[in-house]
Design a protein around this ligand. Structure first.
Ligand SMILES: [Fe+2]
Length: 206
């Protein structure tokens, strides 16, 4: 530990010096560090696919990168399934909320809606008529990008033959994107929440 302060065994017995060191250690861990840990944990998760969820995420991000996507979109692609490790509610909504303070609105919405766009391919395994779920977003300004995300990058990224880059390939962009906070009062955010979209929120569960 580099000092003579013993580690905390029970919080109830922690000394001021131990608590101060704990706080310093916690401040030293960035959001990007936590995201990278969560991404690494996806390598334990296969969910019935031939590649792990980490490999799937890396391939999705690599395809976005190859298509010329900017760092926010590449990191969005990398993190779009990060919440699969904690299956509580919608994994797409959780990932979008993780990204929201750090990306522009269209990236947030693409990640938030990606599950609806994927239903074109998975709806036979889902109860109800949901194959055309993406249609509800056809007037959204991010619709075409979300369709490209689903059709060209996400659904294709379970490929055992793909030359998958390691997570370290994206680490710099993860630290860049999660290391800055976009201004949520920016008019660019408000324009995405104009009335027609707000009216749909109760239907879509947003
Ligand atoms: Fe995915």
């Amino acid at each position: 530990m580099g000092d003579d302060i013993p580690p905390i065994s029970q919080l109830v017995h922690a000394t001021p010096a131990q608590l101060l060191r704990l706080k310093e250690a916690q401040h030293a861990v960035s959001k990007a560090d936590c995201v990278l840990v969560a991404l690494r944990s996806l390598d334990e998760l296969y969910l019935g696919f031939s590649v792990s969820q980490l490999t799937h995420s890396l391939q999705t991000a690599a395809r976005a990168e190859a298509a010329g996507a900017d760092p926010e979109l590449v990191v969005g692609a990398l993190c779009h399934d990060i919440a699969r490790v904690l299956p509580v509610g919608s994994h797409a909504v959780l990932a979008a909320n993780l990204l929201r303070p750090h990306v522009r609105p269209e990236v947030y919405h693409v990640i938030r809606a990606h599950w609806h766009f994927e239903l074109r391919y998975t709806a036979t395994f889902v109860e109800g008529d949901t194959a055309d779920a993406r249609k509800r977003f056809r007037h959204r300004p991010w619709h075409d990008l979300a369709a490209r995300f689903a059709d060209e990058w996400d659904q294709a990224s379970f490929d055992l033959g793909y030359d998958t880059p390691p997570l370290s390939h994206f680490e710099g962009r993860v630290r860049e994107v999660f290391g800055r906070y976009r201004n949520m009062a920016d008019p660019a955010w408000k324009q995405w929440l104009r009335p027609p979209y707000r009216q749909m929120r109760h239907v879509l569960g947003f």
